[in-house]
Design a protein around this ligand. Structure first.
Ligand code: SF4
Length: 319
């Protein structure tokens, strides 16, 4: 279990992340997953960590500040696998006025307890990448016990019953679900979903290269927007850079925070600057320390140099 941030999120503002399942424990094995292949393809819910510990750590992070815009249940696995999710959301709401955001792949909404918990989240952010079973299998590589039509039925039911905000995300993959017919198939479902907004995304950050999830073009994002309707917005764009900020933490903390960010997703130097309010020189120093310690690696990709963790996790000392 890890609490990370608050860090700026492209979709939700300043986010305090609460990671409540072990690394890559998920009922899906999406080809675009930034964390690589799923270690544990799991459908059964578990109380992976004591709820009291989670609450204690979130409380400490909130006291340390700054105040987040959202408290986000997401991270390095599927949060609806946490068996005490509804109770956890209730407790998180008592800690802060910041909305509790649940980011989910939506596949466990077929489980009544998960549906009940999802309705408690102030913001529900489910994903839908396919409009049919065959595409679901290709992109999301689900647990064999999952049934696409059952998931869609549950997603429609939960979103229509949700009392607050729903933000759907659709990930488009080049050559798999970015043709007109595939997007039309997704739109047939989204028309039945009650949501405030549809975020159209594509994997601009490099996923594990051998898994073949390539980004679609900007013209395809615009095509999807026209098909999915006025609530749809492409979000796969480069973020505004700001390198003038000063670091606000000591370097040991920053090394740890940067390492934790890279455990969740590969980042460029500029992503690290933006996420941690660092100057380029300071971010470069931190990355060099982590590289020298073998904790991260630098991948030279078509989209630029991305840093990711190697899985090694020793104590990092200042040089
Ligand atoms: S649902 Fe999320 S965590 Fe699970 S494999 Fe897909 S992208 Fe990764």
């Amino acid at each position: 279990m890890r609490i990370y941030g608050p860090v700026p999120s492209r979709r939700f503002g300043l986010s305090l992340g609460v990671d409540i399942v072990p690394h890559k424990t998920c009922p899906l094995d999406c080809i675009y997953c930034q964390l690589g292949e799923t270690d544990c393809l799991q459908m059964e819910q578990e109380t992976f960590f004591p709820i009291e510990e989670i609450i204690r750590d979130v409380k400490a992070a909130l006291e340390e500040g700054p105040r987040p815009d959202v408290i986000t249940l997401a991270g390095s696995g599927e949060p609806t696998l946490y068996s005490r999710l509804g109770e956890l959301i209730d407790e998180l709401k008592k800690l802060s006025s910041a909305p509790v955001l649940l980011i989910t792949n939506a596949v466990l909404l077929t489980v009544p307890e998960v549906r009940a918990a999802a309705l408690k989240a102030d913001i529900l952010a489910p994903s839908l990448d396919a409009g049919d079973e065959a595409t679901f299998q290709k992109i999301n590589k689900p647990h064999p016990d999952l049934n696409f039509n059952d998931i869609v039925t549950a997603l429609i039911e939960v979103t229509n019953a949700h009392p607050k905000e729903v933000r759907l995300e659709v990930m488009l993959i080049d050559g798999i679900n970015d043709d007109r017919q595939s997007i039309e198939n997704i739109a047939t479902i989204t028309r039945q979903i009650k949501c405030d907004r549809i975020d159209i995304n594509t994997p601009v950050r490099p996923p594990v290269p051998e898994r073949g999830a390539m980004p679609c073009g900007e013209d395809t994002l615009e095509l999807a927007k026209s098909i999915l309707g006025p609530k749809a917005t492409p979000i796969a764009k480069f973020e505004k850079r700001n390198h003038s900020k000063k670091p606000t933490h000591n370097f040991d903390d920053l090394d740890k925070n940067v390492r934790e960010t890279l455990m969740r997703r590969p980042c460029t130097l500029h992503d690290i600057c933006d996420s941690h309010h660092l100057t380029e020189a300071d971010a470069r120093n931190i990355l060099e320390r982590l590289l020298a310690a073998g904790i991260i690696q630098a991948d030279n990709t078509e989209q630029g140099i991305y840093y990711r963790t190697t899985g090694k996790n020793p104590t990092v000392r200042k040089l």
